[in-house]
Ligand binder design. Structure first.
Ligand SMILES: N[C@@H](CCC(=O)N[C@@H](CS)C(=O)NCC(=O)O)C(=O)O
Length: 208
């Protein structure tokens, strides 16, 4: 059986939502931020980050986007990912990696500025710049979304759940919605899917 190492409200939420959407039986292990259980978890993931995924063959995956892509491909009946030769596949991968490699990291710079410099005086600037970066990145995404239901047009996919998670972490979610009304409708559309709503509620992530 698959084991997901998770922490409520963290990047494990999108993986949980995909497991839920695909109806995949799994164990969920909550990893605290500190203490003996966290120390033991360093043997699983030396970076101490969540999520990690222990597959049924006991191999370990890190990287939330890789997990989402893998699980969605493994369960094609869930229709969470365009097939490899589908015309939507390049945009699916593009936005998945956009969120995982740019927006996720800007969020981490906002929430953990001290980890991004050895100079404590730099923290204020790192945080301020992360807000500028997030504004830019959400604007690029909102413009690409336009009036479509999902980022792949009318096709819902796992990348929409990934995007919604990043929106949910935004330092000022209401500011995003005020600037981009299409993002409010999009966020509501994605997070009212039954599987996503259950996981969002369990993770304490905002529901409109
Ligand atoms: N690239 C990793 C990033 C994972 C990550 O940074 N997770 C955060 C939580 S969202 C974490 O565990 N940070 C360490 C900490 O909170 O101490 C992924 O996408 O899975």
């Amino acid at each position: 059986m698959i084991t997901l190492y998770a922490r409520a409200g963290s990047g494990s939420a999108v993986v949980e939502a995909v497991l839920e959407e695909c109806n995949i039986a799994h164990n969920r292990v909550e990893i605290p931020r500190h203490g003996a259980d966290f120390e033991a978890y360093l043997m699983v993931n030396p970076r101490g980050e969540v999520p990690s995924l222990r597959l049924s063959d006991h191999s370990l995956m890190t990287e939330s986007a890789a997990m989402v892509i893998y699980l969605s491909d493994l369960y094609p009946q869930s229709k969470l990912a365009p097939p490899i030769a589908a015309p939507e596949r390049p945009q699916y991968l593009r936005w998945m990696l956009y969120f995982a490699s740019s927006v996720y990291l800007a969020n981490l710079r906002f929430y953990y500025p001290a980890r991004h410099s050895i100079d404590p005086a730099a923290e204020v600037g790192i945080k301020a710049k992360s807000i500028v970066d997030l504004d830019r990145d959400f604007t690029i995404f909102a413009n690409a979304l336009g009036q479509s239901s999902y980022i792949l047009g009318e096709i819902f996919s796992a990348v929409d759940i990934y995007a919604a998670m990043l929106v949910s972490w935004a330092p000022d979610i209401e500011a995003i919605f005020a600037r981009h009304p299409n993002m409010r409708a999009y966020y509501a559309r994605v997070t009212t899917r039954p599987s996503v709503a259950i996981v969002w509620a369990a993770n304490g992530l905002p529901l409109l």
